[in-house]
Design a protein. Structure first.
Length: 80
């Protein structure tokens, strides 16, 4: 079982979910950008932006918002 192998390598934590229903490998484009001015109010930090294979923006991970929801685009507008 895939969950057992991942748990042995420390990548799967059964406490994170009640059960694994489905696992897929998806291809995405990950763009690493530098965001922020480097000031106390606007820290410079690496941000990862995720796009699908057609170049449509999916979501981004900004470490300044760690512990909060991942920033998602609105359903009415997609960024490229």
């Amino acid at each position: 079982m895939i969950g057992t192998g991942l748990k042995e390598r420390g990548r799967y934590n059964t406490e994170d979910c009640r059960r694994v229903d489905h696992i897929t490998i998806e291809q995405v484009i990950v763009v690493h950008v530098l965001r922020g001015k480097g000031t106390e109010d606007d820290l410079a930090r690496p941000v990862k932006k995720y796009f699908n294979s057609e170049g449509e923006f999916l979501f981004e991970y900004d470490p300044c918002y760690e512990g909060e929801s991942i920033i998602m685009p609105s359903l009415s507008s997609h960024q490229k």
